[in-house]
Structures are given as structure tokens and as C-alpha cells.
Design a protein around this ligand. Structure first.
Ligand code: BES
Ligand code: MN
Ligand code: ZN
Length: 499
């Protein structure tokens, strides 16, 4: 994690590799917008903008020599697009512009960020974007290319209210949040030969200890305990692998809690499809099929580090879906935790099987709300593309998640659970089948999960596409694991804590 400090000094006087300022498009050209930048510097840049090819569009980043009036070596001009009607910039715009700029500085050591932030919330958004953009996954690189890619190590945020308590709180929150997102990305990016259910469970213990998540208790059920405990979903999916399944429970229960929320995450450390095996092309991206569990782990850790006054239990449903000699077959019937039987018609619809056990556990433990998050269906991407996640479930919880997502700047969209699709999940042999009709696959999956939450208010987040970026980096989002979901889940918990 880059080291982040606040400074009230004039940013042009600060020595650094780069000084980041904003540009935006106005009715009469390009404006330079930055915190505390001297008028002369602003005027010069605005005059030169057309010749520098700077338009101020969001996502645009231009690096120019800084000139004698600025102590930093270069100026990084990052586009903010257009102002909101009230003259400010949207928080997500600030995050994204800060992220693009900092990302472009990979290989440099230090940067001063002087984007316009009129209050602590805006400052927090700039801090988040900058820290989220300062990420690279280099754990497995022995070559020198890794050093060139290293993210900026030191970030100074220039702000006129550097000394205010609100500014410090906002920066501290941004640091905790970015640590959680980075931790999630790291787990998603970890190769599946090294990340399997048992090593994921170890990683959960390590994260709790090393990040100082005080008061978080970790318990692990191994494959034998899961079989003995009647967790037929985890057992069935995990039995095709030599590396058995695990159910990790993370408990954060502060003294003065305003409520008790369960977070259940899908943690398929690799999804081959099992006997209903997937095509070879693109199968490598199925190392990311544990992104939901990673997000849950780091959300619980962050909630504890923030000291949120709400009890949170995380359930990580960990298994590797492999076609080994003992793998489950299409037509197998498994008995889930709680007793419901499921006919496994397609072993590639494994996520809902492990999630069912997690959801039942969450309900057994008594929670006023259950949220689950999973890379559950390819149909999610058909419906919403690679950058917009889906949320479905009980109307009020679904809407609460949507509000939380909007507030933190993650893109989620509400989806229905049409009753008629539930018929498609009927089984000739068991209580329910694990696949339904062809159309609306994301919704059928949601309806399947609904069978296991009883009366508990619940919402389901399908992050199949957005959790893993197979294209180029953009804004504060890198290629590979994105860490999506962490900020929404935290935003949800923060809103509950404030209510
Ligand atoms: N892990 C996949 C869903 C997925 C696909 C996530 C692509 C991210 C990218 C899930 O286990 C799966 O295979 N789902 C099947 C369900 C089908 C067999 C009903 C799917 O979506 O094709
Ligand atoms: Mn699958
Ligand atoms: Zn899967």
C-alpha cells in the first residue's frame, strides 16, 4: 500500500516525481482545476491545453514537463470531464481521475495530488482513487519488469484543510478501504495451484492477524467436519478435488452493535466445471471464481478496523470444482445443510451448491439480514456486461444495496426474481434441481439461492463479470482482480451502523 499523507503546503513547492492536477471541459475550452495552484501556473496551462491535446475528458491523462515554477519534475493533467450542475465533481469522478493519474505514474516513487476537493468527503474520494490506482500484482515476477511497474510508493494529498479532524478521518478510512480492496485483488490474482480451500482458510487467518482486525474470530470447518455436519453442497462440489473444501466463519461482534449482518461469499478456488467440464479457452479466468469470498473476508476485516458498531459474520464457502475420480456426477442428489435435497443436473452450476450451505449456516446463526456475493453466472454478463454487477432479493434489502453501491461509486443494478422461473428448477427426483430454464440464468440462480434463506431478509450480488478485468486497466481499476463488492458491502454496513 502506498504511504498517504495530507499536506497543507502549496503543492507547487513540494518536491516529488509528479504533481497531479485536474482538467475539465468548459463552454470556452479547458480549465485547470486544482487545490491551491498559483494563478500564473493555471493560466499558462489553460493557454497551452489545446496545443497539448488536452480536452479535460474523464480518463484522459497527459504528462508534461513541470516548468520552473513547480518543484515536482512533471505535471500530470488528469481529466475530470464536466462539472456537475452544482459546480462540483461527482465523488466517483474524483476517484476515477485520481486513479487514472496515479496508475499512469507506476514506476515513479512519489507524487503530490492536488485535485479539487471542497470537503472531507471529496478528499476521501480522491484518497481512495489514488490508493486504488496504486496497485500492481507482482508476487510471481522474478524479472526486472516488475520493478518498472511498481506502483507509486508515496502520495501526498494537498488540501487546504489538511489539519482538520474530518480530513484525517477521511484519509484513514480511505486507507482501510483500499487495503481491503487490494487484499481482495491479491487473492483473486493468486494462481490456483497456490490458492486452494485450505490455503485460502490460512490466508483468512493471516489477514485477520496482520491487518490488525481486532475482535475478529476465525473458525474453520474442514472436509471431514463438513461431511459429518451434513454440508452436502460443499462436500459434493469439493469431492472431485484432492484438495478438500472448507467453510470459514469470521465473526466480528462489537460490544454496542446496532444489528447483525451475515455476508456469504462464493469461494470456488478454481472452477473447471467438474464433470460438466468447461471449454479450454478462457478457463484460466476461473481462478477468479472465489472473488465473492475474498470480498467477504476483506469486508469483515475492514469493518473491524473501522470499528463499525454492527455485528458482522462472514462465511467463506471454499471448494475446488475438479473432475477427479470421485467427482460428483450429473444426476447425483446431494443433501444440503438443513436437509433439502438437490439434484445436480450440471456440475458446472456449483456455486449455488456451496452457497446454499453457507446461506443455511448464516440463517442458523441468527442474523437480521443476509447478503451473499458470488461470481455465480455467465448470464450476469449477458444481462449487464463486464462492468455492472447485479443485485436481487427481497425488495427492501436489494434497494438498500443499490443505494450503498451508488454512494460508494460501484455499479450495481437491481434485477428481478420472476416467480415463473422457479418452476424450471423442479426436479423429478429431489426437492429442487441446480439448473433451471435456459433464459434468465442469473435470475434462476437467484431463485435457487432464495430457497435457502427462509424468512431472513436477503439480497444476492452477482459479480461474475466485474470481479475480473480481462481487458486493460481503466480509472482506478487494474487488469485482473478488481476487488469489486468490498466497498458496496462496507457502505451497506456503514449505513446500517449509522441507522
Ligand atoms: N463460475 C461460473 C460463472 C462465471 C462464468 C463467472 C464466467 C465468471 C465468468 C459458474 O460456476 C458457472 O459455471 N455457471 C454456469 C451455470 C450454468 C451451468 C447453469 C454458467 O453461467 O454457465
Ligand atoms: Mn461453474
Ligand atoms: Zn463457478
Amino acid at each position: 500500500m502506498a504511504d498517504l499523507t495530507l499536506t497543507g503546503k502549496n503543492p507547487t513547492t513540494l518536491t516529488a516525481d509528479a504533481l497531479v492536477v485536474g482538467t475539465c471541459s468548459t463552454s470556452d475550452g479547458v480549465a485547470v482545476v486544482a487545490d491551491q495552484l498559483p494563478a500564473a501556473v493555471v493560466e499558462q496551462l489553460e493557454t497551452l491545453a489545446p496545443r497539448l491535446g488536452v480536452s479535460g475528458a474523464l480518463g484522459e491523462v497527459r504528462t508534461v514537463p513541470a516548468g520552473k515554477d513547480v518543484a515536482a519534475d512533471v505535471l500530470v493533467l488528469t481529466g475530470l470531464g464536466e462539472r456537475e450542475p452544482d459546480g462540483t465533481f461527482a465523488h466517483e469522478t474524483l476517484r476515477s481521475a485520481a486513479g487514472s493519474a496515479v496508475r499512469s505514474l507506476a514506476g515513479s516513487d512519489s507524487a503530490v495530488v492536488a485535485l479539487p476537493a471542497v470537503d472531507a468527503d471529496e478528499l476521501g474520494a480522491v484518497a481512495e482513487g489514488a490508493l486504488l490506482g496504486a496497485y500492481a500484482y507482482t508476487a510471481y515476477r522474478a524479472d526486472q519488469a516488475a520493478a518498472k511497474q511498481a506502483p507509486v510508493a508515496r502520495l501526498q494529498l494537498a488540501t487546504s484543510f489538511a489539519r482538520s479532524a474530518e480530513a484525517r478521518t477521511a484519509a484513514a478510512r480511505a486507507e482501510i478501504l483500499a487495503t481491503a480492496v487490494h487484499g481482495t485483488r491479491d487473492l483473486v490474482n493468486t494462481p490456483p495451484n497456490d490458492l486452494f480451500p485450505a490455503s485460502f482458510a490460512d490466508a483468512a487467518k493471516t489477514a485477520v492477524k496482520e491487518l490488525g482486525a481486532k475482535g475478529v474470530k476465525v473458525t474453520v470447518l474442514d472436509d471431514k467436519q463438513l461431511a459429518a455436519g451434513g454440508y452436502g453442497g460443499l462436500t459434493g462440489v469439493g469431492q472431485g478435488s484432492t484438495r478438500g473444501p472448507r467453510l470459514v466463519k469470521l465473526t466480528y461482534a462489537p460490544a454496542k452493535a446496532t444489528g447483525k449482518v451475515a455476508l456469504v461469499g462464493k469461494g470456488i478456488t478454481f472452477d473447471t466445471g467438474g464433470i460438466s467440464i468447461k471449454p479450454a479457452a478462457g478457463m484460466d479466468s476461473m481462478k477468479s471464481d472465489m472473488a465473492g469470498a475474498a470480498a467477504v473476508l476483506h469486508t469483515v476485516v475492514a469493518a473491524a478496523r473501522l470499528g463499525l458498531p454492527v455485528a458482522v459474520t462472514g462465511y467463506l464457502c471454499l471448494a475446488e470444482n475438479m473432475p477427479g475420480g470421485n467427482a460428483q456426477r450429473p444426476a447425483d442428489v446431494v443433501r444440503m445443510r438443513g436437509g433439502k435435497t438437490v439434484e445436480v443436473l450440471n456440475t458446472d452450476a456449483e456455486g449455488r451448491l456451496v452457497m446454499a450451505d453457507g446461506l443455511v449456516s448464516a440463517v442458523e446463526d441468527g442474523h437480521d439480514t443476509v447478503l451473499d456475493i458470488a461470481t455465480l453466472t455467465g448470464a450476469q454478463m449477458v444481462a449487464l456486461g463486464k462492468r455492472v454487477s447485479a443485485v436481487m432479493g427481497a425488495d427492501s434489502v436489494r434497494d438498500e444495496v443499490k443505494v450503498a453501491a451508488d454512494t460508494v461509486g460501484e455499479r450495481f443494478w437491481p434485477m428481478p426474481l420472476p416467480e415463473e422461473l422457479a418452476e424450471g428448477l423442479r426436479s423429478k427426483t429431489a426437492d429442487i434441481a441446480n439448473v433451471g430454464e435456459r433464459w434468465g440464468g442469473m435470475l434462476s440462480a437467484g431463485l435457487f439461492l432464495r430457497e435457502f434463506v427462509g424468512e431472513t431478509p436477503w439480497a444476492h450480488l452477482d459479480i461474475a463479470g466485474p470481479s475480473f478485468n480481462e481487458s486493460g486497466a481503466f480509472g482506478y481499476t487494474p487488469a485482473g482482480g478488481t476487488g469489486v463488492g468490498v466497498r458496496t458491502l462496507l457502505g451497506f454496513l456503514e449505513a446500517r451502523a449509522a441507522s
